[in-house]
Design a protein around this ligand. Structure first.
Ligand code: ZN
Length: 106
């Protein structure tokens, strides 16, 4: 019976020794790596599942104007303003001016 008790104590001592050595190793590793191996986990959630809205195209935010010569809709910044009309290209502006005879409507 005494031997069993002795064995139990021995096992406890061995486990304590192993635990102490493990702690020392972990502390050494933490010190060496420079980052703390936090025992608490789960507090840091997996926040990578959020869906961010897609950036809208530039053309939707920009007003569209209609070419007076061909009727094509183009962004206002890409169109050419000649007289009071918007055109998709300088050639269309020239053609429209030639067709109207250079007479301004207003
Ligand atoms: Zn045009």
């Amino acid at each position: 019976m005494r031997q069993i008790l002795l064995l139990f104590v021995f096992v406890l001592a061995a486990r304590w020794l192993v635990k102490t050595m493990r702690a020392a190793q972990t502390q050494a590793a933490m010190r060496g790596a420079g980052r703390a191996d936090a025992p608490r986990s789960g507090a840091a959630g997996t926040g990578s599942a959020r869906s961010q809205p897609r950036a809208e195209p530039r053309q939707l935010a920009e007003p569209m104007v209609r070419c007076a010569a061909c009727g094509v809709h183009a962004p206002k910044s890409d169109s050419i303003l000649a007289g009071a009309q918007y055109f998709c290209s300088a050639e269309h502006a020239r053609r429209y001016a030639a067709r109207t005879g250079g007479r301004e409507g207003r």
